[in-house]
Design a protein around this ligand. Sequence first.
Ligand code: NAP
Length: 628
Amino acid sequence: MTLDDALKDAHIPSLMMALVHLTGDAGHLNPEMKPVYDFFGDGQGGLSPEKQQWVRDRAKAAMLAYEAGGTLPPPPDAATIRKMMDFIAGADIPERYVPFLKEELGIAVEDTREVKWDTPKLKGAAAKMKVVIVGAGLSGLLSAIRLKQAGVPFAVIEKNADVGGTWYENAYPGCRVDNPNHMYSYSFEPNHAFPYHFSTQDVLHDYFRRIAEKYDLRKHIRFETTVEEARFDETTSLWQVRVKDKAGRQETLAANAVISAVGQLNQPKMPDIKGVGSFKGPAFHTARWRHDVDLAGKRVAVIGTGATAFQVIPEIVPKVGKLTVFQRSAPWLGPTPNYHDKVADGKKWLLEHVPTYGKWYRFWLFWTLTDGILDAVAVDPAWNDTSRSVSPMNEMLRVMLIEKIKEQLPGRPDLVEKVVPDYPFGSKRSVRDNGVYLAALARPNVDLITTGIEEITPNGIRTADGALHEVDVIVYGTGFHASDFLRTYKIVGRDGVELHERWKGDARAYLGMTVPGFPNFFAIYGPNTNIVVNGSIIFFTEASVRYIVNCLKLLAETGSATMEVRNDVHDDFNARVDAENLKMAWGVPNAKSWYKNALGRVSQNWPFKLVDYWNATIKPDPKDFNLA
Ligand code: NAP
């Protein structure tokens, strides 16, 4: 690969930032070159081919000089970095974002989210602690990395035979991440070799497997072992965690703290439809894909059109004889032309070799895909009818997205009518569209059924209009028991109170992590820490894990055995969350989704900005807790 070839594949705004680092010349931040992004644009900031070439030429000269000399000029000062952030964002980034984004950018320090336990007293206290981590998915692995760095002994309990959580379990055809991979990866563990912008399940699984190897975590993980119960013992201030291995052997582990990293979306939900289970052919949930069932030439039903079914349908449609898709509500499709594209070799080369290019590229992804988008899904109080949109901006987006749907389905007004969602954009998770989904639905061997399902019969699916759709295989893309948090084990806190009994189907926690009456018990991806349109869940995990490790550090610093969030702090926080969620597209009364629990409360989503979670979780405020 020549430098010229590599530069052809450059993300020009990121390359401009790297150019400043390579040359030490902030004069490259010429206002005439400042990117201006368009929602449906190519991400090159509207720069003309001539301007793009100008950047490439200068970057080439700077790279050749760097390769010859081997050193970089001193890094830009703080004020210049600030200017560069605004420049690449094509926006005036509000001041309150700056520390947060600087950390995400990580130019100055490699890994700023590691919690240092740097005095002999703290090191001694760390070594005496014991922590049980439940789950070896991306949150459990990160918890293990941080505890290892802190010198805190820990054991990870994992129900599966391998690490990776959701990326281990969801092996259905077409499974891939819907956040750009160069952002959907730990901030301190970039992978410049990701083959796709949105990689497939096997790539993600491999990434997390390699993390487990690199940090030598496997020896701390008990695979094929489930946690049955975690019980707080008030006399010793220890958690007693009862685990069961594959052979049925039980053991109880004592721990000062429990970190529950069990995810939200891994308990498959079968629909509550009459006759489920009566079907005589193969029938399975997407998260339990039957790879032994050959779909070639078969009549296949897919129930559901959420993010999972959306990925499955285009993948299986060329193989099956006939596909019948049962849609209860249509997903919103967000145009993403590069959704299935490979990362160009030149871009991989630049990520690997051009100093800071990868960091700025991640920064650009992070900024353009995060809080800026929230305004488009916030309810305008003056907007009277929220059944189809929630604000003028949301309505404008709706109109534009419908146009994109129509463009893809010429001559098929029947299909357009079915696939235009009847709820506001942002009320549910939207999906990333590169054209393959609607093209699949438009194929002659596909029927999209929008009449409700009456029952499953031994031979197929009967709809409310009396029609029986005979099929050979049923695939349930019907989602997960998302609002039933931590449903796989009993958690007994002070006074013998069981967490689920306290919650009564309405899970709440402080910052998604801690609950009064459950000292030293921390959840990751707990209540109200999911995001709908902005950002990657790995960001939340990194923020939560730092907070939790800082909680343990607070125990060590204060010599306390336990910390328990105060009732008033927990309740005030949840009142603010509830009020704010009502102001978002997913909170309006007509929005129905897994974001709401059976009581209709949004128990999943973080309604504020990412920067607010970052600020709230840098470290615990001792005043929020009862320390004992
Ligand atoms: P989901 O979003 O809950 O979708 C379930 C689908 O099944 C919906 O279309 C739902 O219709 C339908 N359904 C449920 N019960 C039904 C019934 N009784 N009759 C007819 N239809 C029924 O589940 P999912 O698609 O597995 O996605 C869950 C979440 O996982 C996503 O929102 C996303 O956060 C995550 N995910 C991410 C990726 C990715 O990153 N690439 C991929 C897959 C999933 P209604 O919409 O009407 O309820």
